[in-house]
Write a protein that binds this ligand. Structure first.
Ligand SMILES: Cc1cc2nc3c(=O)[nH]c(=O)nc-3n(C[C@H](O)[C@H](O)[C@H](O)COP(=O)(O)OP(=O)(O)OC[C@H]3O[C@@H](n4cnc5c(N)ncnc54)[C@H](O)[C@@H]3O)c2cc1C
Length: 388
């Protein structure tokens, strides 16, 4: 393999994997390389998204990645349970890995941890070094002092049941469970009549995950639903960033001119920590860029991050209300109140495409947190000074 590539994608996770896939379709002549530190691509995740998150053309090219699809889902709260008629879909790491491994062939290098990189070179821990016209950093979440975060943390277990569970749709939030460690809910995806992914989830102030307790909570939840767990198929855990505040200019500057994508660039929905829709949009942006030089990619990706950051200020304000305005065990009331809204508005919320009318409606009605603490959070307005 020659030392010189048109492009190196550093990290073979969601964001860079989708860019690589799109490049094989849109730029078949490009000489690029994906360098992944792990022995396989794509980690151990179930990546879900709502139908409204993607455009029709994005849905079309993502279709081969989709392992499960449902026409709607439900949510359950102490005082409100309802169906939501928006489609929901999941991409499995398994499908992602199989598709990309086959598609990329010798453009994929596995088991190759990167020690350092700059806009034109990647150096591995074993000392090998690869030059390129451009390098895109997609090495995932690494935290930054320029971001103030809460966390959505969870343990998920995929179980084969002894009998059919009878669930037709996902339960995206079941918050009728005892509240502790912040806003707690259980998330359930039915993969087959006898197969479920069950996740015990917390919107918490800290990132600590008490795995043994969460395993017991999942077993208790299944028991309470009358599901007999027979065989554990797999387990996954996540500690996703929830953006409360930040300084986008400093975050962009941290990359020192290296074009950066995915969680490394805070490209995620501020309230859910989900990044699949952003990764899909960015894959299309990159694949359509006529000039794939480092400078042109850096400009495009920095401008994209700034635009999204400014556009999503409202979500960070909501997050500050969620995390800072009430007692943690009462956080569920904010989501319960939100889910009084009609399906299309809920879909626009998850797609991070709210219009002004939506933003006003979300705050209307009887407030779910005390007016006094809401005013305190709103009056403080910001917890970090920003240059954006
Ligand atoms: C368990 C779990 C479930 C999730 N579920 C959803 C969901 O349902 N929907 C959704 O939209 N989002 C979900 N997310 C959030 C988010 O979409 C994922 O974290 C997503 O994978 C982030 O994409 P990324 O490309 O930025 O990073 P990653 O996918 O984490 O990719 C980073 C890659 O870089 C590699 N890497 C890191 N350092 C190096 C190095 N030094 N050298 C070489 N390689 C390196 C890693 O091994 C990894 O493969 C989930 C996250 C987790 C953890």
């Amino acid at each position: 393999m020659s030392d010189r590539h048109d492009l190196i994608l550093a990290g073979g996770g969601l964001a860079n994997g989708l860019i690589a896939f799109r490049l094989t379709e849109r730029r078949p002549d490009l000489r690029f390389l994906v360098i992944e530190g792990g022995e396989t691509l794509g980690g151990n995740h179930t990546w879900s998204f709502h139908d409204g998150d993607l455009s029709p053309s994005e849905h079309a090219w993502m279709e081969p990645f989709v392992a499960h699809r449902w026409p709607g889902y439900e949510v359950r709260f102490p005082r409100r349970s309802r169906p939501v008629a928006t489609g929901y879909a999941s991409v499995s790491s398994e499908r992602f890995r199989a598709l990309l491994t086959e598609r990329l062939g010798d453009r994929l290098m596995l088991g190759a941890p990167i020690a350092s990189l700059d806009p034109g070179r990647v150096t591995l821990q074993d000392g090998r070094s690869f030059g390129a016209r451009a390098v895109i950093d997609g090495r995932g979440h690494r935290g930054s002092r320029h971001l103030k975060l809460g966390f959505q943390k969870f343990l998920g277990q995929e179980w084969e049941l002894a009998e059919p569970h009878g669930l037709a749709h996902p339960i995206v939030m079941d918050a009728t469970v005892p509240q502790r460690d912040g806003y707690r809910f259980v998330y359930v995806l039915p993969f087959s009549p006898t197969r479920l992914l069950i996740e015990d989830t917390y919107y918490a102030d800290d990132a600590a995950l008490d795995t043994p307790t969460l395993r017991t909570s999942i077993a208790d939840y299944a028991g309470a639903q009358g599901w007999r767990l027979q065989a554990l198929v797999r387990e996954e855990h996540g500690i996703l960033p929830i953006a409360l505040d930040g300084r986008i200019e400093d975050l962009v500057a941290e990359a020192a001119g290296v074009p950066t994508v995915g969680l490394a660039r805070a490209l995620f929905h501020p309230t859910t920590g989900y990044s699949l829709p952003d990764a899909v949009h960015v894959a299309d942006l990159v694949a359509a860029l006529p000039d794939l030089s480092s400078a042109s990619l850096a400009r495009l990706l920095a401008a994209h991050a700034r635009n999204l950051w400014q556009d999503r200020a409202y979500f960070r304000l909501l997050n500050r209300l969620l995390f800072l305005a009430g007692v943690p065990e009462e956080r569920y009331r904010i989501l319960e109140h939100f889910y009084r809204l009609p399906d299309p508005l809920v879909a626009r919320f998850y797609a991070a495409r709210l219009d002004m009318g939506d933003k006003i409606r979300i705050f209307a009605g009887k407030p779910p947190v005390s007016i006094r603490s809401a005013i305190r959070v709103l009056a403080a307005r910001r917890t970090m000074k920003d240059d954006a």
